[in-house]
Structures are given as C-alpha cells and as structure tokens.
Design a protein around this ligand. Sequence first.
Ligand code: NDP
Length: 804
Amino acid sequence: MTVAEIYQTMDYGVAPESDKQARKWLTDHDRKFGLYIGGRFQSSNSTEYFETTNPATGELLAQIAQADETDVNRAVEAARNAQADWWAWGDHRRARFLYALARQIQKHSRLFAVLETLDNGKPIRETRDLDIPLVTRHFYHHAGWAQLMHAEMPNCEPVGVVGQIIPWNFPLLMLAWKVAPALAMGNTVVLKPAEYTPLTALLFAEICTEIGLPAGVFNLITGDGTTGAFLVNHSGVDKIAFTGSTEVGRIIRKATAGTGKRLSLELGGKSPFVVFDDADLDSVVEGIVDAIWFNQGEVCCAGSRLLVQENIADKLHQKLKTRMETLRVADPMDKATDVGAVVAPVQLERIRSLVNAGVAEGAELWQSARECPPIGCFYPPTLLTNVSPASLVVQEEIFGPVLVSLPFRTPAEAIELANNTRYGLAASVWSENINLALDTAAKLKAGTVWINSTNQFDAASGFGGYRESGFGREGGREGLWEYVRREQGTGNREQDNANPIHETTRNQHENHSNNVTEQAVPSLDRTPKLYIGGKQARPDSGYSRRVLGADGAHLGEVGEGNRKDIRNAVEAARTAAVSWGRTTGHLRAQILYYLAENLETRSGEFAARIVAMTGQTVEAANREVGTAIESLFTFAAYADKYDGAMHRTATRSITIAIPEPLGVMGIACPTETPLLGFVVCVASAIAMGNVVVAVPSEKYPLSATDFYQVLETSDVPSGVVNIVTGSREELIGVLAAHDEVAGVWYFGTADGAANVERLSAGNMKRTWVQDETESIASLEAGEFLREATQIKNVWLPYTDEVSW
Ligand code: NDP
C-alpha cells in the first residue's frame, strides 16, 4: 500500500513489531526446552517432546518436554524441600524476591510480549499494553502482601506445596495471578502451563534463576492434560489452583474430593453485557469491542451475551456493525491489529462448529466484509441475532470472537435473562441511571460486575466466579486466603515466628555494611542546604547551625530555617499536592520501592553517619538503616492496599468508605533514631498521597539532609517532600499555625505538643502528638496510616422496590 493510498483510505499501514530478540532467544535454546525443577532446567524422564507453534502462521516455534509421572514427583519433591526455608526466610525477604521478579519482568517486558504474541496469536498491542503491565503490577502488588503478611494475616501460615494449572488464553498473566500470591504467602509452586503456550512460562523460569530465587521455590513442568492430572493426584500437593474449562474443573473437583487438598477453580463463563435504553450508546459500542473482541474473545469473562433493551436494539446493532467494519483482523505482530489469531486449529474448529450449529438453529449471522488473512487460525468478529434464551450459542461458552444478542423489555427481564446461565463469572451493566445500574448489579449472580465499563482487572481486586464458573478468588486481599491456613505450629506464635523478619533483615544489613568504618564517614565540610520544591535552597536567614558528633567533633553544618523557609516549603508542597494526591497507589508504591533501593545502595554511608552523630554501635546503626529500608517496603506495600471498606449501613445502600490524604502535612520528626524517624514519618505520609514539610531531628539532622540525594534519584516529584532544618519548636509552630497545612505530626515534649495543638486551632487542622521518649519503632504501621488519612463515606442507595 502506498502512502497516497493510505491517505485516501485513511487505513493503517503495516507496522510490524520486530521479533528478532524473541527468535534469538529461541535459537539460543536450540528451540528445545526441558523442565525447570529445583532451580535448573533438566531433561524429562519421558524424553518425549511436543511442539508449540505460531497460530498466525503455523510455524513451529519450539520443542517442549513432556513431563511424566516421575518428573511430576521430582518437581513436587523439589517444592517440598524448599518450602520450609522459603517460609522461614520471613516476609521481608520474600517481598524482596517478588519485587525482584517484578523488576526483572519489566526489564524484559518486550521480549515477554513478543513471545506471548508468537505463541498465542493475540495482538502485540494487547500483550505489550495489557498482559505484561498487568503481570508486573501483580508481582509488585504481591511483593507488598509478602511484606505485610504477618501484620495483615495474623495467625496464618502457608498451605505448603501448591500445584497450579493454567490455560492458554493469558499464559503469563495467569501464571502471575497464581504464582505471585502463592509465593508471597510462603508457599512453593509446581506450575503446569497449557500445551499451546508454554514459552513465556519458560522465560519466567529463567528469570527466577537470574534473580537468585532459591531452588525449588518455583518449578515448571510442561506437558498435556495427563501431566496436569499427575499433579492433581499427587499426594504431596497441598493445594490445587486451576483455571480452565468447567469440564476439566469438574474432573479435578472429583479427583481432589476427600483428599484434604485445598482447591480453587476459575472456570468458564457466558457473561451478560446488559444495555439499558438510557445508556450512552457510543461508549457501549466501545465497551462491546473490549468485552468480546479483545483477545479474540478467548476470555473467560468475555461479555459474550449482549442483552439490549428492545427499543434501542436496532440502533445499537447498526452502530455495532459500523464499528465492526473497522476492526482489523490481521497479523498479531502488527501494532495496528485489533483481532489476532485464535490459539489453535482445534479451537478455530470449535468456534466454527458452534456458530454453524447456532445458524442451523435459526440465528442470523453478521460478519464484517473485511477479509481475514488467508493462512493461520483467524476468525472474524461475529454478531448473532435472532437467538432465544435456550439457543446453544446463548448457553455454551464459545471462547471466540462471537457475540450473541437478545432483546429484553424490562429491567426485571434483563436480570432474569442475565442470570439464566449455569455460569456466574462476570457481568457488565450500562445505564446513565446510577440507581438502576446499582440495583441491577446487586441482583446479578456474578463474581464481578462492571458498571459502564468492562474487562477491568487489577491485582488489588479479587476475581472469580459464582456457580459453575468456579470458586475461590484471585487477586486482592480475598485472593490471599486461598494460599494460607490457620497456623498449625506449636501454638506459640513468638516461638513459631522466631526471627523471620527482623532477624533476617538485621543479618542482611549487617553483612551488607560490614565494612562500615571510620573512613566511611562523609567528609566534614559538606554544608547541606534546605530542600524545597525538589531543589536545595539556601536558608533565608543566611545562618547555619553546627552539627557536632557524639565525641564533640564538628561533623558539619545545616541551614537555620525560619518562618519564610517554612512558607516557601508549604507553597512548594501545595503546588505538588494535587497531582501527588491523584497518583495511583501503585505509582506511589513504586517510588517508595525506589527509595528503598537507593537507600540500600548507600546503606554503609548512612550507617556511618548515624554512628558519627549519635555514638551508637555500628550494629545498632546498621539495624536502624535496615529497619528504615524495611519500613519503606512496608509503606510501599500499603500504598495500594490501605483499602477503604464497604459499610453495611441499615438501608439498602452501598456505603463506600474511602481513605483520602489530608493534603499538606507538617512533621516534626523524632530526635532519636534520626534516619528511621524521618523515613517512617515521611514514607507513611506520602504513601497515602500527602505532601510533606519535614523538620528533621534537631540534634541529628544529617541523616535527613543526606537523604536529599536518595529523594532526587528515586523519581519523587518536586515538592512532595520538603525538608527544613533548624529549631524544631520554632519551625513546627509556624507549620501548626499555617492555614495551608492540613495536618501536623509532632514527636517531642509535652510542652511542645501543647503548643502545636493550641496553634493548630486556626484552621482546625488535625494533629498527632507523640512523646519523643517513646521509640518510634514501638508504633504500629497502622497508626501512621490512620493518622495520614481521613475517611470519606460515599453513599450509593439502591432499592428493590422500584419497578423500572
Ligand atoms: P482445559 O480446561 O482443557 O485446559 C486448561 C489446563 O488444564 C491446561 O493446562 C490443560 O492442559 C490442563 N488439563 C487438561 N486436562 C486436565 C486434567 N484432566 N487434569 C489436569 N489438568 C488438565 O481447556 P482447553 O485448553 O482444552 O480449552 C477447552 C475449552 O475450555 C475452551 O474452548 C474454552 O471454552 C474453555 N477454557 C476456558 C478458560 C477459562 O479461563 N475459563 C481457559 C481455557 C479454556 P493442556 O493445555 O495440555 O490440555
């Protein structure tokens, strides 16, 4: 096609993604892969291989080992041998591994995306922009749950060895949904990917080795359904997590019944997509495209049953057909492709035969005039109308780009039709009337209901079915329960959990910084300025104050901040507040993790500074730095997990309690443990979306001023953290009286606290005052988070009694 022709038709030119790296990766492995057991790739006992091919071209991609029963035994044994240590390593270390997995997948994201497209046939646009970002998000999010396991899941322990079996429609994403929570909760895993799509799981196994994941924590056995069955029936497996067809789910339910094995099943669906006559039809059309033509319709929660109010049905069908004409069914490696290849010839045949059967039953078929590529497993976007609730195509999961449409007259009829299925995975409701939408959502039997949207997924929200769509949830806090059980140790929690967290952290940081010596103390003549709006600023007073070491030596100077500096800092914070408050918890978490990484890189230097200022032992200083790093992990973890709640108010209402940031916060940090005090206060506040003006320890300010460099290298936006050194009482007094400051924390004396509370009366700002003789480490993370947020309750009433 020439540029002139493209200009005439306004059609897309070809925009192929390069597959060079992916092909090199395949060639580097001689296009032949073994099993990943006990931390290394090895041949299968069976010595048999099966082929994986590219469904868009039929090209052979690689030979994959077929695991037999002996291989499954070996994998389960490796997982068993690794499990106790993996759990005993403690929350923080597991969190670090999950974090490392997230980072490593992110670094190889394009290779993952291309491999997934080659192996599965889905468009590169989807693997690149949806699958792989969701995978990394899942590992980041669960790094947080690992960090918080003891705090948030008290009296729980891992289930043990988990067997996981996944399908081919979202190969790496399903791996992430299963592996991340299992590992976070201290389990070890044996995973079987689908026969059609094993490649990204194999690359993931390589990444486990790259990050040094202990051998046996993750094991990968490739093979067909018989391999899966060996895993299901293995007596050494404590839990099975399965995603796939309801038929196989039923077999697994029967096989595990009475064995004591835990089970979660995420099965098929025939999800309703309900459109009321007041819906915004243009949005509805785009919603339908996402619901059924995303991923070629090979989505367990695809909105495959369109239920449309009768008076707008023709209009909607017409708009839909116009939109269908623009969908490009083409080479999945082309960045402008909308619909790629179906996973395999057998699946293509299944779609064809179900559609043919539907037409034979009387359905009217409509497909766009656009041609599909001549070779490869392609099937065009399809609309079937003139069907009845009992039609085969209305009841059966087609698992392809096929939408069936039925009309309804009243909301009650819509609900009845929507629930007229053996499944209950998901549903979408479209209406501009929030009462109608909520009322309908409440009456639909489905694990997830999207209002005026569809196919929304996130690691923070659980996903799973009602009825024959299975049971158990994946994602969110509810997903964690699938991977834990009540503690069955000695009953003595102290003893059972002896040293899993702090001890390991301490050792780690002691090893890390064991070369902290006097020479590591930074040079004496550095004079840090204030830190305002992301820049170092000279104090308005033009004065500096001396900082002396524990031995009386002159360690350096810091700026003497005054009223004007505080005003500038508040202004900078105020400017940053709106956009920081709107960032997602996920982004804030990532920035906090960067802070932890960058602090760790310089941990020796920070420990040396603490030793010089306070006269503490090297061990104590290392411990303080280690705990500061760990607390950055903790608040990163909470950034996207400090959820609100859905209150059960007496009327039929959805009452959503949302924790919101206060805004600009002034914080007088504790005097002792100068680094930890500063880090805990600032990290907890910004994790919740606040911006901060911090007054560091007056006596030991250099830990906070050294922290400028860490802030600057960690993508913290300017103005989110501002630091003004000087007299604590004077500076916090200005902050307490400032009208733009919404909350003040004060760690200090009783007199100082009284003064802060008095001065705060001007704009009735919230205050939190603490006696500074109490160690900051004795406070719970939850107290900081509560003090950093205020709850907004949103009431969404709905009622049964209205007839629409
Ligand atoms: P399956 O349910 O057969 O496969 C899912 C996974 O289970 C695969 O890894 C499969 O291995 C494995 N498996 C198959 N048989 C057994 C067994 N007896 N014991 C243990 N594990 C087993 O789905 P299909 O891939 O065959 O797809 C068939 C239909 O299932 C699709 O057309 C679609 O309707 C539905 N499906 C639904 C999915 C969902 O997410 N709800 C996902 C995938 C399919 P192997 O790949 O080697 O066969």
